[in-house]
Design a protein around this ligand. Structure first.
Ligand SMILES: O=C1O[C@H](COP(=O)(O)O)[C@@H](O)[C@H](O)[C@H]1O
Length: 251
């Protein structure tokens, strides 16, 4: 991985604009190179920060028909449940742009966390086998073009939490937890080998509540023994941080 690029902005509004420009350029680049653009969404505040993409000039100059949408982590609830990351993404972003429904890959409903994680992993492997998704020649895991990653105040990414062994998973592509410290308890999540096989990762981090985690991730002092999950994010090509002033207040 090249050295991370850290972009700091005065406000969340400026982060939203810069993020739209960054995604617009990557979309054009990957569609020109591969004919598609595979994008992995986190839940949380990230979805609202994507809002500029749904407006001109981006909304009408992106080839949305070539986008493929996946979910970095998901709560094991029905897709219309208030806790669903799919519902959040659909209402805040996906319903406002013309991505074909068949290019959006939510989790399957009515499965246990184990079954949902296994089913999602098998679906990703099928998409690699039929060349819809690329493979990392380095790791053998699927290689997504772009992952949009948020963080929690204590440094979690996806549903990989500090005190859960799932963050050390080496073989599985997608795993599950049944005791998330942040409700709801049942979740599935991409593992670090899959996350770090991505070409590009954007860390989209805004607000004062994440300032301590940003300080550990980007500051020069030691973390708390083990690295925080956010410190393990290391894509194959480029890592770009988008930060507002509040998120950098402890740096
Ligand atoms: O539970 C989750 O939390 C993180 C961070 O969310 P935020 O609201 O603090 O931005 C999110 O990235 C993840 O997808 C979600 O499931």
């Amino acid at each position: 991985m090249a050295l991370p690029t850290v972009q700091k902005f005065e406000s969340e509004e400026q982060v939203a604009v810069a993020l739209a420009i960054y995604i617009f350029h990557l979309s054009a680049k990957y569609i020109a190179a591969n004919g598609s653009f595979s994008v992995v969404l986190s839940g949380g505040s990230l979805i609202d920060t994507l809002r500029k993409l749904t407006e001109p000039p981006y909304a009408n100059s992106i080839d949305w028909s070539k986008w493929l949408i996946f979910f970095l982590d998901e709560r094991v609830v029905p897709l219309d449940h208030p806790d669903s990351n799919y519902k959040l993404a659909y209402e805040g972003f996906l319903s406002k742009v013309p991505i074909p429904a068949s290019n959006i890959f939510p989790i399957k409903e009515k499965l246990s966390p184990e079954e949902a994680a296994d089913e999602y992993e098998q679906r990703l492997k099928h998409l690699v086998a039929n060349n819809t998704l690329k493979t990392s020649p380095t790791t053998g895991f699927a290689k997504f073009d772009l992952m949009l990653v948020g963080i929690g105040p204590e440094g979690h990414v996806a549903s990989l939490f500090c005190w859960h062994f799932e963050r050390f998973e080496k073989k599985k592509w997608v795993t599950f937890i049944k005791d998330s410290p942040k409700p709801p308890s049942n979740r599935i999540t991409f593992t670090f080998p899959l996350i770090n096989s991505a070409s590009e990762i954007a860390m989209v981090v805004t607000g004062e509540d994440v300032a301590d985690a940003v300080k550990v991730a980007l500051g020069k002092h030691a973390s708390y023994g083990y690295p925080l999950p956010v410190q393990k994010v290391s894509p194959e090509e480029n890592l770009t941080w988008f930060l507002d002033k509040e998120a950098t207040s402890e740096l």
